[in-house]
Design a protein around this ligand. Structure first.
Ligand code: PMP
Length: 404
């Protein structure tokens, strides 16, 4: 049995008040709160182990290096990569995708080559490819979706061609909650000789993601959205691909030998990790993944699905409610507008009731354009979200609605 009260006890911030009201935190797609064990793991490392990793001969450096590399192995297990060397630590999803565009893209794409994106991509999976387009003259093509927020796989099939070199797709949309069929999309991409990059920022926190099962070539996610610290993220890349890719940034740690004439580079993943890594962050991330696994990903998923279904049902009862993203099995995100109320007004007034939601374009302006709006309000859920919090949101929206 999933004991939500006990789970909430693990997150001290959930007990606080804002404006003298209990906090109702429904902005989890932006970032999740941290359980005590994550903060304690990091504090303990600073208090008892701290030393720079990889370079020192001394005891503490060895211990810090062991923790850092254990975190890499922890991530490998979490996403079921074949080898820990396929796990590159970055600052987050954004940096992971930029790394692929800047290294693999720079080395292997030519003018006229095509990159397929989807209409529901986050800006972090659009802009790096646009920057590359400026430099290389590649062509970006966009997979459309239906009105319910489902990708049009027929259109996707028609867009794929031998010119397609990579397909980049969010596993779960941060606006619509749609769970995209990335496994099927990867098969279709591979049949055309293209690679598949999965932006897993919004899937990894909510259900088991297995890179071998998905058959993807690259996968990116952020630690802070899966109960880990900010500033740490992951790029998974298939070993053969990482081996062929040039470095991302230059500096310490990523080199073999440096002379004035010539420098050789380390093997992956170190080739892509110039400078001192956030080794306390990686340890914190490992603690977060331990926490999630201890609760059980299947239990978390079942709980969040139940909360999402309940929220969709209850919110649909509010007059003048427009819900975006109505696909079956959608995950942990409900985006909406109510009548003519500006989402910013809605968000600001809900905030005064202690309810934290997100408003605006959600870093997905092309998707806003597709939906014919400037912005939306968004409530997003986590493993600690309760039905009572959904009720508070619904009551709050109704109260705001009556003010207009
Ligand atoms: N992709 C998706 C689908 C996201 O939801 C987000 C965060 N909102 C990102 C990428 C970017 O993540 P980060 O800011 O942690 O790099």
């Amino acid at each position: 049995m999933y004991d939500i009260s006990a789970v909430r006890e693990d997150f001290p911030i959930l007990g606080r008040e804002v404006y003298k009201r209990p906090l109702v935190y429904l902005d989890n797609a932006a970032t999740t709160q941290k359980p005590r064990c994550v903060v304690e793991a990091m504090t303990n490392e600073y208090y008892t182990v701290n030393a720079n990793v990889h370079r020192g001969v001394h005891y503490l450096s060895g211990q810090a290096t062991d923790l850092h590399e254990a975190a890499r192995e922890r991530v490998r297990r979490f996403i079921n990569a074949r080898r820990a060397d396929e796990v590159v630590f970055t600052r987050g999803t954004t940096e992971s995708i930029n790394l692929v565009a800047a290294t693999w893209g720079e080395a292997f794409l030519q003018a006229g080559d095509e990159v397929l994106l989807t209409v529901m991509e986050h800006h972090s999976d659009i802009v790096p490819w646009q920057l590359l387009r400026e430099r290389k003259g590649i062509v970006l093509k966009v997979v459309p979706m239906t009105d319910s927020g489902e990708l049009d796989l027929e259109a996707y099939g028609a867009l794929l061609s031998p010119r397609t070199k990579i397909v980049c797709c969010a596993h779960v949309s941060n606006v619509l909650g749609t769970v995209n069929p990335v496994k099927r999309m990867a098969e279709m991409a591979h049949a055309q000789g293209a690679l598949m990059l999965v932006d897993a920022a919004q899937s990894v926190p909510h259900f088991q993601v297995d890179v071998q099962e998905l058959g993807c070539d690259f996968l990116a996610f952020s630690g802070h959205k899966v109960y880990g610290p900010t500033g740490i993220g992951v790029l998974y890349g298939r070993e053969e691909l990482l081996e062929q890719m040039p470095p991302y940034q230059g500096g310490g740690e990523m080199i073999g030998r440096v002379t004035w004439e010539h420098t050789t580079f380390e093997r992956p993943p170190f080739r892509f990790e110039a400078g001192t890594p956030d080794y306390v962050g990686t340890h914190g991330l490992a603690a977060a993944l331990d926490y999630v696994d201890k609760l059980g990903m299947e239990q978390i998923h079942a709980h969040e699905q139940e909360i999402t279904r309940y929220a969709m049902e209850q919110m649909a009862l509010i007059p003048d409610m427009h819900l975006y993203g109505t696909t079956a099995g959608k995950d942990a995100v409900v985006s909406f507008n109510v009548g003519n109320i500006h989402p910013l007004d809605l968000g600001t007034l809900l905030d005064r009731l202690g309810i934290a939601i997100r408003t605006g374009h959600h870093c997905a302006q092309p998707l806003m354009e597709r939906c014919g709006v400037e912005g939306m309000a968004r409530a997003s859920f986590a493993l600690y979200t309760t039905r009572q919090e959904v009720d508070a949101l619904v009551e709050g929206i109704d109260r705001v609605r009556k003010m207009f």
